[in-house]
Design a protein. Sequence first.
Length: 107
Amino acid sequence: MQTQVTVTNVGEVAGEEVVQVYLTNLTASEGAPRCSLAGFQRVALAPRESIIVEFEVSPEAMMSVNNLGEWNLAPGEFLLIVGGCSPGERGLVLGASQAVSAQFMVQ
């Protein structure tokens, strides 16, 4: 699955950002990870520059281990989160910008 996000440096100085992609299986059974890192990319931005960052989220990134200890891609609803830090309140408190998210189904 191809996904893309626009990243903007709103400041007056050049900087770098590590854009991170996290996946959560919303229909997974109990014991499944809350979210897992599916990819990341470091980008350099000039002041006020915007760029489009593209990610390929593979089927393997959406796999989980079943009760038999086997890796599989179970159908269900997933949440894709893209931001500059791991999802959660703490990053926002420390000054990270709000992540963007989207839901999708695997059948």
